[in-house]
Design a binder for this molecule. Sequence first.
Ligand code: HEM
Ligand code: NAG
Ligand code: NAG
Ligand code: NAG
Ligand code: NAG
Length: 489
Amino acid sequence: MSDSELILFSISSITAFLLIFIFIKTKQYSNFNLPPGNMGWPFLGETLGYLKPYSATTLGKFMQEHIERYGKIYKSNLFGEPTIVSADPGLNRFILQNEGKFFECSYPRSIGGILGKWSMLVLVGDMHRDMRVISLNFLSHARLRTHLFSEVEKHTLLVLNSWKENSTFSAQDEAKKFTFNLMAKHIMSMDPGKHETEQLKKEYVTFMKGVISPPLNLPGTAYRRALKSRSSILKFIECKMEERMRKMIEGNENFGEEDLLNWVLKHSNLTTEQILDLILSLLFAGHETSSVAIALAIYFLPGCPLAIQELQDEHIEIARAKKKSGEIELTWDDYKRMEFTQCVINETLRLGNVVRFLHRKAIKDVHFQGYDIPCGWKVLPVIAAGHLDPLRFDQPQHFDPWRWQTNGSRGPSSNCASVTTNDNNFMPFGGGPRLCSGSELAKLEMAIFIHHLILNFHWEIADADQAFAHPYVEFPKGLPIRVQRHSLL
Ligand code: HEM
Ligand SMILES: *[C@@H]1O[C@H](CO)[C@@H](O)[C@H](O)[C@H]1NC(C)=O
Ligand SMILES: *[C@@H]1O[C@H](CO)[C@@H](O)[C@H](O)[C@H]1NC(C)=O
Ligand SMILES: *[C@@H]1O[C@H](CO)[C@@H](O)[C@H](O)[C@H]1NC(C)=O
Ligand SMILES: *[C@@H]1O[C@H](CO)[C@@H](O)[C@H](O)[C@H]1NC(C)=O
C-alpha cells in the first residue's frame, strides 16, 4: 500500500471503530433514563468547550448554555469519559454525602500522576480515612488556637510590612507568598527568606504549572517539567525527613518542632512514600486555594467602598480596644469579633468560587429525580452553580457581604430578603466525608490578612485585571495593585 492508501485505510478503520464504539455505548444504556445532553466527539467529547476559560464570577458560556438547553443535570463526555454534570445543589449534596456508598472521588489520572498516588485528593476508602484523620488532627480547632493563630498573624505582617508606599505589585503573588510561607512553616518548620525555602518555592511554581496543564508527558511540556519538579520536591522533603529521624534516634527531643513532618513521623505508621505524598498534597491544597481567596477579596473590595468602610469600623474598634489594654498580638477573642469580616469572606468565596467543581464517579447505578446515573460514569458536582443561582442568591453577580448578615438590619441591601444561609446551597469547601480539612484555617488566614490590610493600607487596582476560571481561578496579570499606607488608629 502507498502512504496515502495507508492513511485512508487507517482513517476509515478508525471511523468504523468509533461508530461501533458509539453504537455499543448507546445500546448499553438503552435501559437507563439518562439525563439529556450531548456526548460530543468520541474520546474528546466536549472537554475543550468545558475547559475554555471564562470570568470567575460566572458559570461560563458552556455551562450556561448547557443548563439552558438541558437543565441543571445533563450528560456529556468529559476528560475522556461519559459524564453526568450536576449544577443542581440537591444532587450535589447527595453526591457529596454519599461518598463511598454511591459515589467515589475520582480525579483524572494526570492529577494522580503529579500529586502522587497517596495524595489525599485521590485516595479513597480506608486509606483516605487514615490520612484524613492526620490532616484533621493537624488542622484541628485546638491547634489553630494554640499553634497556628500567631503564625498566621506573623506571616501576614511579614508580607504587608514589605509593601512600599506608592508601589505597584502583584497582589496575587503577595498572597501566594503569605500562604506558602505559612504552610512551609507549619508543615516542615521552614523559615521564609531562607535559601532552602526560596528554592522549594521555585520548584513548587514549576510543579504548579504542570498540575494545571494538559497531561502530556513529552519533552518540553509543562507537565514533563512538573514531574521533574515533583521529584526534586520529594527529594527535598525526604532529606528533611532523614534529618529528623537522625535527630530522633540521637534522642534529641528538643529539636522537636511541632510541625506536620514530626507529627507523622512520631504518630503514624505511614511509609516514606506515603508521607511524601501527604506532605506534598497538603502543601498544594493549603496554599493554592487560600491565596486565590485572598486575592479575590483584594479584587472585590475596591468595587464596594461601603464594605471597606464597614470593615474599617470593625477593625478599628478591635484595634483600639487592644491598644487600650496594652495588648499587641491579636487573640482568638478578637477574631471572634470580626463578624462583618466573616460576611466578606463568605461573599468572596461565594462569588469567586475558588473550587468550581469536583471529580466523582458513580460506584453503583444511582437513581435521582427520575434520572439514572450508570455505575462507572464520571459525575461532576458543580458546586459553583448553587452560589451563582439567582433563585438562591438575589442578584448573584453582585458583591454584597450584607446578604450574610443574619439580622439584616444594616447595609445597602437590608430591604432584600437575606439569604437563608442554612439551606446548604453554599459549599465552597465541598461537603460530606471529604469536606475540606483546612476550611477553618483558610477563613482565619483571610480574616487576619484583611485585618492588617484594612488598618494599614489603601489600595487600588493599578491595571484592570479580572479573575478567570481555567477552571482553577487566576488573575492573568497577577492583579496589580498600588498601595498607600495609612494609619486609622
Ligand atoms: C479558600 C480556601 C480553600 C478552599 C476553597 C478549599 C476547597 C476545598 C474543597 C472544595 C475540597 C474538597 C475536594 C473534594 O471533595 O474532592 C477541599 C479538600 C481539602 N482541602 Fe481545602 N480548600 C481551601 C483551603 C485549604 C487549606 C488552607 C488547607 C490546609 C492545608 C486545605 C486542605 C484540604 C485538604 C487536606 C483536603 C482533602 C480533604 C479530604 O479529602 O478528606 N484546604 N478543599
Ligand atoms: C505617593 O503618591 C502621591 C500621589 O500619587 C503623592 O502625593 C505622595 O507624595 C506620594 N508619596 C510618596 C511617599 O512618594
Ligand atoms: C497503621 O496501623 C494500623 C493499626 O494500628 C493499621 O490499621 C493501618 O492499616 C496501618 N497503616 C499503614 C499505612 O500501614
Ligand atoms: C458563612 O458560611 C458558613 C457556611 O459555610 C456558615 O456556617 C456561616 O454562618 C456563614 N457566615 C456568616 C457570617 O453568614
Ligand atoms: C444587627 O447586627 C449588627 C451588627 O452586625 C448589630 O450591631 C445590631 O445590634 C444587630 N441588631 C439586632 C436587632 O440584633
